[in-house]
Structure formats: C-alpha cells, structure tokens
Design a protein around this ligand. Structure first.
Ligand SMILES: CC(C)(COP(=O)(O)OP(=O)(O)OC[C@H]1O[C@@H](n2cnc3c(N)ncnc32)[C@H](O)[C@@H]1O)[C@@H](O)C(=O)NCCC(=O)NCCS
Ligand SMILES: Nc1ncnc2c1ncn2[C@@H]1O[C@H](COP(=O)(O)OP(=O)(O)OP(=O)(O)O)[C@@H](O)[C@H]1O
Length: 305
C-alpha cells in the first residue's frame, strides 16, 4: 500500500498550501481595501452604503471574510494540475459554494458575486504558475474562464438580461478576453498616479475612475440602461480631466459625481470588482506579504470627529 506522505515544511504540498493561503490572503485583503477605499462614487465605502439599500461596509467585510476560505480551496485545487475542463468544473463548483456562503453572510445580498468570479479565476491562475506578471496571470485566468462550464445553471441572471437587451458581455466577457480593464487600464493608472506622487488612496481612486471611464458595467446597465452608463463614463472623464483624485478640482468633481450617482441609484459594482483585481495583481507582481492600508478610513473618521 502506498504510504501517505505527511505535509512537512520541505514537501511540495506544503509549498502549495502556503502559496494558496498567501493568494487567498491577498484576494481577501484586496476586497477589504476596495470596500474601504473612500470616497467612491455610488459604491459602498467608509462613508456609507452609496447607491445600495441592501449593503453596508460591515456586510462587505462579512462577505469578504466568508468567501476567503473558498479562494484558498480554489488555489489548492489549481496547484500542480493541468488547466483543463476538469479543473474548470472543480473551480466553478467552489465558486458557486462561495456565492452561497456570501449570501448566507449577508442575509441574501449580492455583495461580491462579480468579485468571486474575477478574483477566483486570478487566484487559480496565480496558483498554477510561479510567474507573477499581471499579463501572464490574466491570460491564464482568461484561458480557464473560456473552458466550458458544463454545470452552468439555467436561471437567467442580470448579466443575461443585459446581454440580451444591450449586447454587453459583462463579467464573463471581461474574463474571456483576459481582463483588459485590469491589465491595460486599472494597473497602468494605479502605477502612473503613484509615480506622479499621488497618495496610495488617490492612486487607487484614479485606477477606479479610469476603469469606470471605459467599462460597460452590467450593474449600471441593468439598473439604468445605456443613458445611465453614459452618465458614468462622462462623470469619470470629468474627474480625470480636471486633475483627478488628489487635485482640488478633481476631488470636488469626484464628490459631485458621487452625489449624482447616489441620487440616480447608480452603482459601478463591476468597476469596483476590477479595482480589487487590480490591487490583487499589483500585490502579486510586487510579491507583497499583504495589501497595504491606504488610510481612507482614518481620514474619514478624522473628518467626522
Ligand atoms: C460569471 C458570473 C459572474 C455570472 O454572473 P452574471 O451573469 O450575473 O454576470 P454579470 O455580468 O451580471 O456580472 C455579475 C457581477 O460582475 C460584475 N460586473 C459587471 N459588469 C462587469 C464587467 N463588464 N466586467 C467585470 N465585472 C463586471 C458586477 O459586480 C456584477 O454584479 C458568475 O457568477 C458565474 O458564472 N459563476 C460560476 C462559477 C464559476 O465558474 N466560477 C469560476 C471562478 S470563481
Ligand atoms: N464597494 C462596493 N459597493 C457596491 N458593490 C460592489 C462593491 N464592490 C464590489 N461590488 C460589486 O457589485 C455587485 C453588486 O451590485 P448590485 O447591487 O448592482 O447587484 P444586484 O444586487 O445583483 O443588483 P440590483 O441591486 O440592481 O438588483 C457585486 O457583484 C459586487 O461584486
């Protein structure tokens, strides 16, 4: 009978476990960093619920905590196996379990459905390879996403409705073409803002606005259609044009955009997910032990006290 090998520090299995836990930790911290980032237009942040009546920062935190163990499982399932339809089925099944855990933690609110999909795929891709270049990881994640999902439920999702009505391909489409809004838009904007001496918080807000400027977001389209999507694109363009977050005019335009989106009940949830993915790939590329804090909440509390 084959002997079971214990998991020791020197074994390959230990490496996979340690790496999986690290990847899961980074994914979880990216979700927390995204949720806490303030001020985000229309989204849940340190100030409150934005355009959402069923979400809060506390619920976002609970949701992130509930789904983190599923990222570890996805990473472990992906270590040292071929990227094929069997892996796709295993990962899809863990992803659906994570959605159930999210709904349980939030009493039924969709806090992170898109994020589970995007970060789940990226975590698997990062686990499969030692390489940490964002392009490489995003390409591998795209390959995994394009493999057929045989257990896909028949239920019609918001994404299906928006595809039918407006032809927007949503979260699936973004993954199928290797996450261009993360790799070609979010990450370069994040890095450029840092290079220009912006604070970490303002650099992350700059990345979010750059994504909002270009993304066709099924959260926005489902609630308000193309006219509403135009308001988001033009609003993001305005903030960037007058100097971006961290400049006096950019900050004023950002607050005004937030007020407009909240009054219309618009929330760019897809852009928020892709910002979390941007933070994840950034931390991975830099080999960070953890995603840095950006002081959003400290500053918000200072303002209130
Ligand atoms: C693909 C998913 C998101 C399908 O959901 P749905 O049809 O509702 O997609 P939809 O486009 O509406 O997006 C869902 C969420 O994604 C985010 N989102 C919206 N637009 C975009 C966009 N353009 N790009 C990226 N994310 C977006 C939003 O947060 C939105 O709420 C997913 O739930 C799914 O199929 N999961 C199966 C499990 C699986 O295969 N997992 C594998 C890896 S975890
Ligand atoms: N900070 C955030 N605030 C709000 N939504 C976020 C945030 N971060 C990520 N999201 C994403 O936004 C999505 C939630 O959006 P939304 O509430 O529009 O979806 P829904 O509940 O399915 O639709 P609706 O509320 O229109 O019925 C989640 O899938 C989540 O991943």
């Amino acid at each position: 009978m084959a002997q079971l090998r214990p998991i020791t520090r020197s074994s390959k299995r230990f490496d996979a476990l340690a790496r999986s836990e690290w990847l899961s930790e980074l994914a979880w911290q990216s979700l927390i960093a995204e949720a806490e980032l303030t001020p985000k237009p229309g989204l849940v942040d340190g100030r409150g619920s934005g355009s959402h009546s069923d979400l809060s920062l506390e619920l976002m935190r609970r949701s992130a905590e509930a789904i983190a163990p599923y990222f570890t499982r996805m990473a472990l399932a992906s270590a040292d196996v071929p990227m094929d339809t069997s892996l796709r089925a295993v990962v899809a099944s863990i992803g659906r379990e994570a959605e159930v855990a999210m709904l349980r933690a939030t009493s039924g609110s969709n806090a992170h459905k898109g994020a589970i999909w995007v970060l789940g795929l990226l975590v698997c891709a990062a686990s499969l390879s030692e390489g940490s270049s964002p392009e490489f990881v995003a390409e591998s994640a795209g390959y995994l996403a394009r493999l057929p999902d045989r257990a896909r439920p028949q239920a019609v999702s918001h994404g299906d409705v928006v595809l039918e009505r407006y032809g927007a391909t949503g979260a699936r489409g973004e993954a199928y073409v290797n996450f261009p809004h993360v790799v070609k838009i979010g990450l370069p904007a994040l890095k450029a803002a840092r290079k220009n001496g912006r604070t970490e918080r303002d650099s992350r807000l700059a990345a979010l606005l750059s994504i909002m400027l270009y993304l066709d977001d099924t959260c926005v389209l489902y609630r308000g259609g193309p006219e509403t999507q135009k308001i988001v694109h033009e609003g993001a363009a305005r903030v960037i044009k007058v100097g971006g977050p961290g400049s006096p005019k950019g900050d004023a335009a950002l607050i005004a955009l937030g007020q407009e989106l909240v009054s219309l009940r618009i929330s760019p949830g897809g852009s928020a997910d892709l910002l979390a993915a941007t933070l994840f790939l950034d931390a991975l590329e830099r080999g960070l032990e953890r995603v840095e804090k950006d002081n959003s909440l400290v500053e918000e509390n200072d303002g209130e006290n």
